[in-house]
Ligand binder design. Sequence first.
Ligand code: NAD
Length: 478
Amino acid sequence: MKAEHYVGGVFRSDGPTFPLIAPADGTGLGEVPEATREVVDDAVTAARAALAGPWGRTSAEERAAALRRIADGVQARFEEFVDAEVADTGKPRELAATIDVPRAVGNFRAYADLLYGRPERAYTTQVPGWSGGSGQALNYSVRRPLGVVAVISPWNLPLLLLTWKVAPALAAGNAVVAKPSEETPSTATLLARVIAEAGLPDGVFNLVHGHGAGAAGEFLTAHPGVDAIAFTGESATGAAIMRNAADHVTPVSFELGGKNPALVFADADLDAAVEGTVRSSFTHSGQICLCTERVYVARPLYEEFVERLGARARALTGYGPMISAEHRDKVLSYYRLAREEGATVVAGGGTPEFGDARDGGYHVEPTVLTGLPETARTVREEIFGPVCHVAPFDTEDEALRLANDSPYGLAATVWTRDVSRAHRVAPRVEAGIVWVNCWNLRDLRTPFGGVKASGIGREGGEYSLDFFSEPVNVCIQI
Ligand code: NAD
């Protein structure tokens, strides 16, 4: 899949390029165009022009129909999308075919449904009556799109997280300029093809490729022509984007990093807790923002839990690589740091040897650590790899204190068979999402996001439509 910009309805790949490397085996996948400031300017101008055209006057029904055509288009090219996602990320094919691509289709369908389902909530509310003593008045409010929306997405779930923002942004009537991660340009380019085929007016969806700081990402998020920024990525990147956004008071929606805890209480179903933690720590080799990196286990279960989790981690096969050599080196540097900080390495801790082409790729071993103090950097900082640290606790209050002692607050998992405990503990965990006896079970209508350094705002269902549109009140004196 050749990566191209899509600007004002035209595919182009002018300007400098950079190489795309397959993380599964280190081979080259081709060259990616790096958007210059001029390309980004063109994209923002094209988006602004699209808003002034027919797209700016579409009805909710027309936009819902457009979203359905996009969903159908992605579905029709399902295998192409899976191939592209697997090539760029190295993730197991099964993951791309059961999560990434189906969810992208689901994102467009969900927002199409929402536009039909509750148009009165999303687009108009009427409040006739009171006018503060000066006769009668009719007030009504209309939700208006924000305008040109910049969407910046990461490499871990490239198509899923891009469409999670693009679908509601278009549903609400905005024009979009999207920049996917420089590591994963391919499914975004395919999406642009699908959107072109779906017949959206030129400039409604624009795509620029390139790097972040000092490059396309920064040109876009600092652009005075951008009316809102929806970003998913690292907390430090969010802070940098926020500084640029401050110059124009541009609204932001941020989904950022995490250091997610799991709490395993003494009354938990141990089999379920071990298997759940294998999934929550090692799915996509830990490269999901919701993955567990800190596990706190009630002391009576601690020894057996550690032994079983370690055995399961050592037995894992078929896992994918880190996204890049740079990210592999970062994860391995934390494995080294953990040892320096005094960790016991229960499982993993290095790089695997496969004896095949994968040895040219960027794999690291699923790793289980114990024995670190809570102050250790390995326990405090987001690693974003297949690794968790397991520590014991004695009381419910202590478990909550440990879980909440973090600058992050994205997701948490609670394992208990005590219904009262589940309801008591879940709301006290400082996180945007708390799963009880499960992990990553998602209903797309529910609020999704983080607290503390893990984000600003909520996505999902109407929460996304609320961000991507603003109510304008109209007051008419009768
Ligand atoms: P990243 O912050 O390095 O990059 C994300 C995107 O931002 C990329 O497109 C990048 O090019 C761009 N970017 C980088 N610097 C920029 C700048 N100064 N200005 C504008 N754009 C810039 O993140 P990543 O390494 O791609 O993704 C991993 C991170 O994303 C992890 O921290 C993970 O927890 C987080 N994440 C969070 C969620 C969530 O929903 N909360 C979901 C997935 C990933």
